[in-house]
Write a protein of this length. Sequence first.
Length: 132
Amino acid sequence: ITLLAGQAARFAKLLGSGATGATPDPSTALLLARVQMSRGNWQEASEMLAARERLAPDDLNFKALRLIAQFAQARTGGAAAETTFDRIGSELETLRASAPDNVDLRLLDADLAAVRESPEAAERVLKSAIEE
């Protein structure tokens, strides 16, 4: 309800207290990351997700969301954007092999193809996701 009222900062603060406790709750951490991303706080979300990944290295949700946050941050520009896109592409390829049906990863794959000016590849990824 707080988010609906346009109070994302307050909501993030409330969630943050639960996500940084002695025994962090993964659901709370994911929700906080999504709130931070909705506010455009890509770096903060990425760092939080990377920290959670270290606690749960096999959790695909944290990896996928971190890549999405890093992709969004790289899209804002900067000299290192292409290098970041290359690294994300490499990680994404590995993750897609282990979770070929993951929707978030497929959408990120299509977005990555689009920023690399390959609309045909983006279209292929999206059509494949719809057909399967």
